[in-house]
Design a protein around this ligand. Structure first.
Ligand SMILES: C[S@@+](CC[C@H](N)C(=O)[O-])C[C@H]1O[C@@H](n2cnc3c(N)ncnc32)[C@H](O)[C@@H]1O
Length: 243
């Protein structure tokens, strides 16, 4: 997986939109878990950070008749796909083209929740810490941050297991979805399995579960937790106090 705002080219977009349901392990379960964690937010306006095709937003809007979303992504192609996906759910979305690393979009609006999936691992440690500080400030009192993302295993054994689980999930998903190994071959060819990479990856910089928990607490969040994890993919939740 080697995308960034500049390098996430159309071909990569096409690969992810075609095979994402297989490449993302237990994707439906992850999306449902993220949305389950939005049950008690103080304001139904949710920011979907690096929204891609808008899968999280789609599920949130489907569950929440009063819900509104702001879809942020660096890729216009992805924003167009996301807009098409959520449009049937009513005029309840705003599109925002921005780079996750910029700070301009982090001021001026308050949200009941910020959600993100498979994107924050592009930031280095300092970038993640700054993002968590800024998200805390953007949330209404009682608001929640929910993040699904790759994490860095704490040791070699856990890394091998994450890679094995991911590969197995993709092989099974490929059979179910495509009736053969088409998606599994694309996964292999595109070297999507971060846990199989032998050298440093300039685009993917996952941090450990412990680091995320520490940084979220340091940003001022309460109820900081990991509620789901499989194949190196984890779902974190954190609540801003005051409600
Ligand atoms: C792997 S996709 C995940 C999309 C979606 N969140 C999901 O889980 O299906 C990563 C997304 O992050 C976006 N992205 C990558 N780097 C970015 C950056 N620096 N700023 C904004 N968006 C970025 C890509 O355009 C892409 O839509």
């Amino acid at each position: 997986m080697t995308e960034s705002a500049e390098t996430w080219e159309l071909s990569d977009t096409e690969v992810f939109t075609k095979y994402g349901d297989v490449f993302v392990p237990r994707r439906r379960e992850q999306i449902a878990t993220v949305c389950d964690l939005l049950a008690r937010i103080p304001d139904p306006h949710v920011l979907d950070l690096c929204c891609g095709e808008g899968r999280l937003s789609e599920e949130y809007l489907r569950r929440t008749p009063e819900g509104r979303v702001t879809l942020l992504d660096g890729s216009q192609e992805m924003l167009d796909l996301a807009a098409g996906r959520v449009a049937p759910l009513g005029d309840r979305h705003t599109l925002l083209r921005a780079d996750i690393e910029d700070r301009d979009w982090r001021t001026g609006t308050t949200y009941g929740a910020v959600v993100t999936s498979l994107a924050v691992h592009h930031l280095d440690g300092a970038g993640k810490r700054a993002l968590y500080d800024d998200i805390h400030a953007m949330l209404a009192p009682g608001g929640v941050f929910v993040m699904a993302d790759l994490v860095e295993p704490a040791g070699a054994t856990a890394r091998t297991l994450a890679g094995d689980h991911w590969e197995q999930a993709v092989r099974e998903g490929s059979q179910e979805r495509f009736g053969g190994d088409e998606a599994a071959v694309a996964f292999e060819k595109s070297e999507w399995n971060y846990y199989r990479l032998t050298g440093p990856d300039p685009f993917d910089k996952p941090s450990s579960v412990a680091e995320h928990l520490d940084w979220l607490r340091a940003a001022g969040f309460a109820e900081v937790d990991v509620v789901w994890m499989y194949a190196g993919h984890a779902v974190f939740t954190a609540r801003r106090g005051g409600n």
